[in-house]
Design a protein. Structure first.
Length: 206
């Protein structure tokens, strides 16, 4: 069965970690999994919260991205650090405010994965988990570029979830994760964004 590494980035999300991280850490998933949190040099109690939780949950790991700078691909860099630390064959990119609404979240994802090259986008709608598989990186590219376009404070809190569009997580094979991350935070002008929206609309994904 599939083994997962769930990766997320945080910045000054100590309160959200206390509230929502247990939902990631208490999954009923027999094959086992790990959760990797990449701290973007938070200035609140994020580090303290992670230290306490790691004592309770041995499958929680944390690392950090050095002090913030003006690098526009900062989120991609943070997730890349998480991928390098990951040990399992499947990567799930999520965030602390897109937490699982069921203890069977990982099992449900695993049950719906198929094919050696599968890439999945998923989200909750009225507590129902919805998932869509893509055959390859090219097929999913428009959704990633549109959803992960750079915006001010886009890595923080619920704003990131809204800006990403209609998906809360991405599941991808570990050997394809770096290729997927190349689609993150690409500059998207108005004309290109309109084109992405139109292509996604006509594909009628969700």
């Amino acid at each position: 069965m599939n083994k997962f590494s769930v990766i997320m980035t945080v910045f000054d999300n100590g309160s959200e970690l206390e509230q929502h991280l247990p939902a990631f850490l208490t999954q009923q998933y027999e094959p086992g999994y790990e959760v990797i949190v990449v701290d973007e040099s938070s200035t609140d109690n994020t580090d303290d919260v992670l230290k306490l939780m790691k004592q309770q949950y041995p499958h929680l790991y944390s690392t950090f991205l050095p002090k913030p700078d003006v690098h526009r691909n900062r989120k991609r860099l943070a997730l890349t650090i998480g991928v390098k630390a990951a040990k399992n064959e499947w990567i799930i990119f999520s965030d602390i405010n897109a937490y699982p609404q069921s203890a069977t979240w990982l099992q449900d994802i695993s049950d719906n994965l198929s094919g050696a090259s599968g890439i999945m986008l998923g989200y909750y709608k009225k507590s129902e988990l919805r998932m869509r598989l893509f055959e390859d990186m090219e097929a999913v590219s428009d959704y990633i570029i549109k959803g992960e376009r750079q915006r001010a404070d886009g890595h923080k809190g619920t704003r990131m979830r809204k800006l990403r569009g209609k998906y809360d997580f991405i599941a991808v094979r570990a050997d394809e994760a770096h290729e997927l991350l190349k689609r993150f935070e690409q500059p998207v002008g108005f004309a290109r964004l309109l084109g992405l929206r139109m292509r996604i609309f006509f594909r009628n994904l969700f």
